[in-house]
Design a binder for this molecule. Structure first.
Ligand SMILES: Cc1ncc(COP(=O)(O)O)c(C=O)c1O
Length: 415
């Protein structure tokens, strides 16, 4: 007698949900009660229920009640207070090295420019910026723009798009001309999880600074910036940190580099004495020098609720669930999608995988459109890739199975 694989997966999903120590946190998310399947928490996280009240209270009590006094009372310190908390809970960063600032793109620009200027000032031969050919577009575009602006040279690392930059590839790309290396901790396309400690060491052995893009790892994969000896990092807060659409990014600058780095957008909020309104820009000490204009206070509010949740759950337990979710998704995919011609475009080894997996099939663009119309929300990435993002705090195993069964039906319909 053969066992129906769907019934077996359903039983497995029930057992995994029942044993999941983080299962209770799912109810904290708005919309988690609906049958909608959300596979895009790695792109825009769901809001927490408490966030609606927190934002409303902020508007009436803090903004409406304190008005401009709010700046002195707490808002000026918010970028540093929340940055330090994020650093402590999810980035392995001691206080005084993380700030919430502008968009990821703008913070990457500032830190890349600062790092290039510092390295090439101390050694004029260092004129190369190393970046992966398959890194997120903004990262590649920034590197090209900065190279054109500063007369630097781009060194591209060619990568297998089902993986990312590994130690051998980086070793072959860096050398005495390298100023700065820009790397993704988790590849936006394949979900490949880089060995950040080893890659950081390789960049340092070549005399370069390294800037990590943590967009797809912050809040889902444990990060140890201080212990790994990282120089610089930037990451999004609207993915696993549920800060809301367009919530500002964070920047990390290791304490040992702060006084030597100056960023190119010299605004009053990064000046030594913000309210002296002096004739010339003098960068502030510490992380304030990486700010430019008025901090986006409202947009920083929501991520604090996720930090409360991470504090409760612990980043190690979050990673354990993330690995269990992606491993389950791969078992289901092998069972019901592989027979339909779907292949895996992500690493199989969980130690090399972040919080999302990409499934490949020629029909995936049409499959994505069909799924969205029926409230199953993954996203599509060329070539032929369906990205399944499994935010560990807001996704259940049952939801994962329901969504992958819908993928199977859609692939059948579109093939
Ligand atoms: C890996 C990565 N880097 C950079 C960015 C750019 O972020 P932003 O649009 O907030 O500037 C994103 C956005 O999704 C991303 O996924």
């Amino acid at each position: 007698m053969s066992i129906d694989p769907r019934a077996a997966f359903a039983a497995e999903a029930r057992a995994l949900d029942a044993a999941d120590p983080l299962a209770g946190h799912r109810d904290a998310f708005a919309g988690a009660e609906s049958p909608l399947v959300y596979f895009d928490g790695n792109s825009l996280g769901r809001p927490l229920r408490v966030t609606a009240q927190r934002l409303a209270d902020f508007v009436t009590a803090e903004w409406g009640g304190r008005l401009i006094r709010g700046w002195d009372e707490s808002w000026m310190q918010m970028p540093f207070r929340i940055g330090d908390r994020l650093g402590h809970l999810a980035l392995g960063a001691a206080a005084g090295q993380t700030v919430i600032g502008d968009s990821t793109t703008v913070l990457l620009y500032k830190l890349l420019r600062a790092a290039l200027a510092e390295r090439s000032a101390s050694d004029p031969a260092r004129v190369e910026i190393v970046v992966g050919r398959d890194d997120f577009p903004t990262d590649r575009y920034l590197v090209e723009g900065i190279a054109a602006e500063r007369g630097a040279r781009v060194v591209w690392i060619e990568v297998d798009t089902t993986r990312g930059v590994d130690a051998d590839l980086l070793r072959a790309a860096v050398g005495p001309r390298t100023a700065v290396v820009l790397l993704s901790h988790v590849s936006y396309r394949s979900g490949y999880l880089a060995d950040a400690e080893t890659l950081t060491r390789i960049a340092h052995e070549a005399g370069a600074l390294v800037l990590w893009d943590l967009c797809h790892s912050a809040g889902s994969v444990p990060v140890e910036l201080d212990a790994w000896g990282v120089d610089l990092a930037v990451g999004c807060t609207y993915k696993y940190l549920n800060g809301g659409p367009g919530s500002p990014a964070f920047a990390y600058v290791a304490a040992r580099h702060q006084s030597a780095l100056t960023q190119p957008i010299q605004g009053w909020m990064g000046a030594a004495d913000v309210f002296s309104m002096g004739p010339r820009y003098e960068p502030a000490d510490g992380m304030r020098r990486f700010l430019s204009g008025t901090p986006p206070v409202l947009a920083m509010r929501a991520m604090e609720d996720t930090l409360d949740l991470i504090q409760d759950a612990g980043i190690t337990a979050i990673r354990d669930k993330s690995v269990a979710l992606t491993a389950f998704a791969l078992r289901v995919s092998d069972g019901i999608l592989a027979p339909l011609g779907v292949t895996l475009a992500s690493p199989r080894d969980p130690a090399e995988r972040g919080g999302h997996v990409t499934l490949s099939h020629p029909a995936m663009r049409a499959v994505t459109a069909r799924l969205w119309a029926q409230d199953v929300i993954p996203d599509y990435r060329d070539p032929r890739g369906l990205r399944i993002g499994l935010a560990p705090l807001s996704t259940s195993f049952a939801e994962t199975l329901t969504g992958l069964e819908a993928v199977a039906e859609a692939v059948r319909a579109e093939s």
